[in-house]
Design a protein around this ligand. Structure first.
Ligand code: FE2
Length: 370
């Protein structure tokens, strides 16, 4: 899809309002991996190991890490001059889907996937410039052992008798990669690309309560797996004036895995961001930590699962709309600082973006300060 500035047409607006495309090219199943470029691979690996990922393979210029589930890897650390989020991989159901992406979406020719597990992939570039791969045929890895869910004593049901509750203070044993959150000034174009190319559907929009006509501030998109339930969001896209990575999120077993995993990270000296709390949209119990370069990584558990029958909803955006409970949102959770470089980005985004306005940006800043 072109990123040239073009006004949205009637069909664009209709599909954005419905939160799904009439005829998507393919319907992807889930995220496969995230890729980060780092000058210091070892420092990032130390964080990720404490976070609960496990190294699978090391080459001269890359480290591949996995969770405890069946994915051969879900995280690639690639050597680069500056720390940056390079992109993500999505898992397709079949090689036919890859062929369709080559023929109709301008993806690269089909090639082998690098790293453990093999498989095949195509590469494309998102409207916001990120590398997006679509993979299929990766070999499942044997699961790694994971602590079973703790047995909890409820008011209405006591199941743990003559036994103490002692979860270990240890890394959180990440099960799998769940979602990524991005910010872009090409919000509508990015949503249309994700919906039309990969079949993603919007679970929830959040918009400014006093300026709904300005369009969504953030969209939470899930994979369309028909009657099979899918995570409430696999990709969330916020509207802003910069292209940025917000966070990547990884599923863990239960609340104690979130909290004890955080305790382990705290004891190892890593920087905490926000949590423990329960999100509103997606309902996950969450905890956010920053890697050595300040990039945010989320542990979560107990997220919502929706099948394709659940329609798109819209609710108001604001500081208080991100969590049902938890500590106050830290001021630095969203980077709202201003610098000469960012002022230039802002002016450029206002000229380039088909759906961004100064009024909307001021409304977002106000909503976050309340
Ligand atoms: Fe998240």
């Amino acid at each position: 899809m072109s990123t040239e500035l073009q006004p949205l047409n009637e069909r664009d607006r209709t599909e954005l309002a419905r939160g799904r495309a009439d005829e998507p090219l393919v319907r992807v199943l889930e995220l496969a991996y995230v890729t980060f470029e780092k000058p210091d691979l070892e420092a990032s690996e130390r964080f990720l190991t404490d976070f609960g990922l496990v190294r699978v393979e090391r080459t001269e210029d890359a480290i591949y890490l996995r969770g405890h589930g069946e994915d051969p890897y879900c995280y690639v650390l690639r050597r680069g001059d500056t720390p940056r989020f390079a992109g993500f991989g999505l898992r397709a159901a079949s090689i036919d889907d890859l062929r369709r992406l080559v023929e109709h979406a301008g993806a690269s020719p089909i090639e082998p996937v690098d790293g453990p597990g093999g498989g095949q992939r195509v590469r494309s570039t998102a409207p916001n410039g990120l590398e997006v791969h679509v993979v299929c045929g990766r070999e499942a890895a044997p699961r790694l052992p994971i602590r079973p869910p703790l047995s909890a004593n409820f008011v209405s049901e006591k199941v743990r008798l003559n036994a103490a509750q002692r979860p270990p203070v240890a890394p959180a044993q990440v099960h799998r990669l769940g979602h990524v959150v991005l910010q872009t000034c090409h919000h509508s174009r990015m949503l249309l690309w994700l919906m039309r190319t990969f079949g993603l559907i919007v679970s929830d929009y959040q918009a400014l309560a006093d300026r709904p006509e300005a369009g969504p501030v953030i969209a939470f998109l899930r994979c369309d797996r028909g009657e099979t339930p899918s995570d409430h969001h696999t990709i969330a896209v916020a509207a802003g004036f910069a292209e940025s990575f917000e966070h990547a999120a990884f599923e863990v077993q239960d609340l104690d895995a979130v909290a004890m995993g955080g305790e382990h990270l705290r004891r190892r000296g890593w920087k905490h961001s926000w949590g423990v709390g329960r999100h509103l949209l997606g309902s996950q119990i969450f905890d956010y930590w920053r890697d050595p370069d300040g990039m945010m990584h989320e542990h979560y558990t107990d997220g919502d699962l929706f099948d394709a029958s659940v329609p798109t909803a819209t609710s108001p955006f604001g500081r208080g709309s991100l969590a049902q409970w938890g500590p106050p949102l830290p001021r630095d959770f969203f980077d709202t600082s201003m610098s000469p470089r960012k002022a230039i980005q802002l002016v450029s985004a206002l000229f380039q973006s088909e759906d961004l306005s100064l009024g909307k940006l001021i409304g977002v800043a106000k909503a976050l300060s309340r």
